[in-house]
Design a protein around this ligand. Sequence first.
Ligand code: IVH
Length: 673
Amino acid sequence: MKNRNLIKKEYHTKIKELKEHNQHYYEKSSPKISDSTYDDLKKEITELEKKYSFLKSKSSPSLIVGAKPSKNFLKSKHRIRMLSLSNAFSYEDLKNFEKKISNFLNLKNNSIIEYSVEPKIDGISASLTYKNNNFILGLSRGDGAEGEIITENLKTIKDIPKIIKNKNFPKDIDIRGEVYIGKEDFEKIKDRFANPRNAASGSLRQKDPVETKKIPLRFIAYTYGFNSKINFKKQSEFLNLLKNWGFNTNDHNQVISGIDKLVSNHKELENKRHDLDFDVDGLVYKINDLGLQKRLGYVANAPRWAIAHKFSADSSYSKILNIDIQIGRTGALTPVAKIKPVNIGGVVVSNATLHNEEEIIRKDIRIGDIVKVERAGDVIPHVLSVDLKKRTIESKKFIFPQVCPSCGSKVVKDFNKISKKYDAVKRCSSEGYKCEKIAIEKIKHFVSKEAFNIEGLGKKVVEKFWELKFIKLPFDIFDLNYKKIEKLEGWGELSANNLKKSIEKSKNIGLDKFIFSLGIRHIGQENARLLSQHFLNIKNFNNLAKNFNFKTLANLDGIGETQINSLKNFFSDQINLNVVKKLISILNIRSVSQNTKGKLINKTFMFTGKLSNISRAEAKSLTEENSGKILSNVSKKLDYLVMGDKPTTKKIKQAKELNIKVIGQAEWKKLLN
Ligand code: IVH
């Protein structure tokens, strides 16, 4: 028999190795070994344990999640999209939020809005489909439109009822909520994960549900997706129903009206936050009345009727070791302080943003300074202030680069026509892919969740492939040499094949995501959606490049001069033109399936003057819901000019000259039926 110490040594080396790979996988999302090598390592450890009973480790795969989370779950579309929330940090943010809602709903100044107030647990959201009272399908959030099928893993969670007997339980419903790990339970496994959220996410994505079961996951329900029977009028009523049906809901849920009361409640919970058994990063406020929620609807990824009120930041002191200049996708030069690693509220921070040159000058931030660094939830940590008393005499002012550190192009500041001021941000002036750093960021954007959503092609992999000259321009992604990739360290046949599969799959893409993926400045998700709805198919969009005719865009409500100038810039660049052309030849870009059910199909509208009992915003959104299109200028393209109180006479005159129908609000309502 081998020497006991030697066996122990061999065992602990393997455990150490496993821990390192776990870190690469869970925390850095960049595995260094293939799935099968990982599984082998795990097996070797458990074999050793079986053979020698004296072997023990807290990190043994037999004790805690052992298998790697799989990247290859089957996927399924959410029947109703899973959205995210916009954030509020201050009283002002909340005032603005309420004002926008009031305006949209055309409420009187003194109307009281009631909110369902719910703690925002920092976990992983999941959607549970129940049909005929049985839990039949569980999905992760995924990209919001499509999630991974993790039913079996979710079934291991005690808090999730598998059968619901209540008579009033809908025949077909998606129950949504948060999967998380209690703080106390997390203590037992904390050597493996950076924070409870990572642990929950890793555990939920195990290939083998038996592994999931080993971690005490919990579930709190808070909303619904598809629902065949909505017989309640308020979110708070729904929360009560959830409880009756056997789901856990948060004990701290409340109904509150008025910003002042929201803020004092926020303070109260913030003080208690560290005593709660779950991580909370703020409170969620939802308009309690579901009828109002429906009227308010959504913008891009988030509802207009809800907001997350974040808790204030944790902070700590550390030393600035260096200042790096990072170059973003749009060329923005962002100074980032590399600080001596410091634990802030449970997370180790080694980078803090300094925002821009003006900020450095204003706060006189220098290399070597001791600074106060703040971190709030998932927001990037930033430098708050400098401790001037700790500054040494040798300290020198930081000189911001006058040219792009990546490509040497001159740096520029944009002039904002509205504020009549120069932007604080300096940008590299080179357009498109000529600047290496911008090009890499553009490719990261191209493959990101909201664009091509290519699994297995994360940021680190993009950087690696760039370095190896596998990818220079976006279309290179579709012409990768998988034989070469297979041979890279940490890859192998299986991973290369999986990457190939997800790239092939991504070739089928909607026009809105395609436009967004190009990373045209000022064309975010919402504008990309507007443009796709205007152009309907890729041919029309591409004609923009061919004819260089941007006139029709000026009519599009939501697309302004800034966006049009940016599109002009984009299509003036030869590399961009080549990229678009080549991509079109490779991809299957789906046309926009028009909502043709609405009464206002193929009709264009414009509003002028004050409408009664309804805001302009809601009138527009109702028009669009009924397949109508909103224009922002009077032109031959316009079918109806809808006139409210005190309309712009010039518009009416123009409309009459062009023989456009000028109608009143009542007539518009009739068209809508
Ligand atoms: S409602 C439609 N309610 O926050 C609004 N979300 O940033 C989105 N979350 O993905 C869902 N507690 O993971 C809602 N009481 C709560 C929540 C909550 C935590 C998370 C959830 C969601 C994210 C949105």
